[in-house]
Ligand binder design. Structure first.
Ligand code: PEP
Ligand code: MG
Length: 567
């Protein structure tokens, strides 16, 4: 049994599907050109048919646009220049096909990477992908492919990127990763897909073999390999009980989120794309409190155009039927990279060139997104917020660009809503401490506790080694949350929270007590939070929060909350 961090609740029992890239070792050999050219041609044909098959399977889920990457790869695999260079080298130098492929690929990649044209530079990634598959086929190595999973499986990986999680089909019953914490992006994706996940499970890659039977207990954060029948039965019962408990909460789907003394709050859902709206509505979400738009960028092979973005925002706003939708502008950088954009090399990318810092530097990217958003504003109730704001000047600069683009669109004769709210995330301690000043300029706050805790505790949210410092109940965090909410209320503005803390059952009484107006969380947490809110008395919670803030440690706070709530 291996211990990890429970990142998305549920229990799964299935076979291990190991997502591990094969190690390609190229050795130069003298070889018969006739044999090698034949090997190369066979591997090339297999590469083309692999890509075609993956595209066919992906076509069931992806749009034409998203499928374009496969066409680019097919075109690359059919490129006569690539083939003739490799065949030429095999024939002239009398070397093995794998060595020739590797040599030609390396030099082609280097040429494309050095071009000063974005489009050409992006092609380097395509060549890398296609020639990697070609080399694996030459060496008889299997490339795991999540979209091809066709039996109930638990995916075991070092980490899962957003494009990995996008490929998961219904046979993927859950996943376990070696790295990550509760707020790493693979964990967030698991919650929006509503599949169990255990992350930060050190040793899992060494211990699990492809095809092993595995129990994934994502309620406790445990992974059990090759269990006996008795253990399987025990966990089947646990899985069933969990599903029944989830079902029972459904009665609260249309209930209002009102405390026993009549105080109403809003319980909203976090989404990463258009498809997630359904989960929010199915779980009784009263709005979208965070649309992480970076997924639109990460799931593409180019910066999404204004029209592409407009369609996505329009669909979300329309599907939410007039309920509030808070869209966060591009929050890229840190652990969120783009295949088609070169980030500067930095020692600490989480403290570096990212989010609003990048957007205020690359205003072309920022303006495109703002225009798409403003154009979509007439289809619902839109709130826009900027991520990673540290200074009032950053907020002013971002808002000024928003105002310019709004004025430009109006001049162009485009209809725009007159009730767009422009707010900011509070996820840097500097912003929380200075919240009353920010509140004079921002229409609302949304507290991003995933980052706020990471920056307050100086503890990398991706590192399982310091995950003990992810302490939402630490009085230091509660004080920053309080300063933010009080700052907003002083200026008559509303304060929400879209970090994972908002959905933690024991945090709900504290946040309600501190006066939080909107709680936004993974869709699967909404009904549990509603059960909490509707059973709590706001005035009592205010006293509880006041008491909690005077304590010294997270453990004391949690014990206090439990003593009141679990009575
Ligand atoms: C946060 O930091 O709390 C947040 C909601 O944003 P993200 O998790 O996307 O960084
Ligand atoms: Mg954040």
């Amino acid at each position: 049994m291996l211990k990890g961090i429970a990142a998305s609740s549920g229990v799964a029992i299935a076979k291990v599907y190991k997502l591990e890239q094969p190690v390609v070792e190229i050795v130069k050999k003298e070889a018969n050109p006739v044999v090698e050219v034949q090997r190369f041609n066979d591997a090339l044909e297999k590469t083309k048919s692999d890509i075609t098959r993956i595209k066919e399977i992906a076509a069931q889920r992806l749009s034409e646009e998203e499928l374009a990457v496969f066409d680019a790869h097919l075109m690359m695999a059919s490129d006569p220049d690539l083939a003739s260079q490799i065949v030429g080298m095999i024939e002239n130098d009398k070397v093995n096909a794998d060595y020739a492929t590797d040599t030609v690929a390396t030099s082609m990649i280097a040429i494309f990477e050095s071009m000063d044209n974005d489009y050409m530079r992006e092609r380097a990634a395509d060549i890398k992908d296609v020639t990697f598959r070609l080399k694996c086929n030459l060496l008889g190595l299997m490339i795991p492919d999540l979209s091809l999973i066709n039996e109930d499986s638990v995916v075991v990986a070092y980490d899962l990127t957003p494009s990995d999680t996008a490929q998961l089909n219904t046979f993927a019953k859950g996943f376990a990763t070696a790295i990550g914490g509760r707020t790493s992006h693979s964990a967030i994706m698991a919650r929006s897909l509503e599949i169990p996940a255990v992350v930060g499970c050190a040793g899992i890659l060494e211990a699990a073999k492809h095809g092993d039977t595995v129990i994934l207990d994502a309620l406790e954060g445990e992974v059990i390999l090759n269990p006996d029948d008795a253990l399987i039965q025990k966990y089947e019962a646990k899985a069933k009980a969990y599903v029944e408990e989830k079902e029972a909460l459904k009665v609260l789907k249309t209930a209002k989120s009102i405390s026993t003394d009549g105080h109403q709050v809003e319980l909203a859902g976090n989404i990463g794309g258009v498809k997630d709206v359904e989960g929010v509505l199915n779980n009784g979400g009263e709005g979208v409190g965070l649309f992480r738009t970076e997924f639109l960028y990460m799931n593409a092979d180019h910066f999404p155009t204004e029209d592409e973005q407009f369609e996505a925002y329009k669909e979300v706003l329309t599907n939410m039927g007039g309920r509030k939708v808070v869209v966060r502008t591009l929050d890229i950088g840190g652990d969120k990279k783009l295949s088609y954009f070169q980030f500067p090399e930095e020692m600490n990318p989480f403290l570096g060139y990212r989010a609003i810092r990048l957007c205020l530097d690359r205003t072309d990217i920022f303006r495109t997104q703002l225009r798409a958003l403003i154009r979509a504003s007439v289809f619902g109730k839109l709130c826009i917020m900027f991520p990673m704001i540290a200074t009032v000047k950053e907020f002013r600069d971002a808002k000024a660009i928003f105002n310019e683009e709004k004025a430009n669109l109006i001049k162009e004769g485009v209809k725009v809503a007159d009730n767009i709210e422009v707010g900011m995330m509070v996820e840097i301690p500097a912003a929380a401490v200075n919240a009353d000043n920010f509140a004079k300029e921002a229409d609302f706050f949304s507290i991003g506790t995933n980052d706020l805790i990471q920056y307050t505790m100086a503890a990398d949210r991706m590192s399982e080694h310091v995950s003990y410092l992810y302490q939402p109940y630490n009085p230091s965090i509660l004080r920053l949350v309080k300063a933010t909410i009080d700052g907003a209320h002083k200026e008559g503005k509303w304060a929400g929270m879209c970090g994972e803390m908002a959905g933690e059952p024991y945090a709900v009484p504290l946040l309600l007590g501190l006066g939080l107006d909107e709680f936004s969380m993974s869709a699967t947490s909404i009904l549990k939070a509603r059960k909490m809110v509707t059973s709590l008395n706001k005035a009592d919670c205010a006293k509880l929060a006041e008491e909690a803030i005077q304590l010294s440690t997270a453990e004391e706070v949690l014990a206090l909350v439990k003593s009141k709530v679990d009575k």
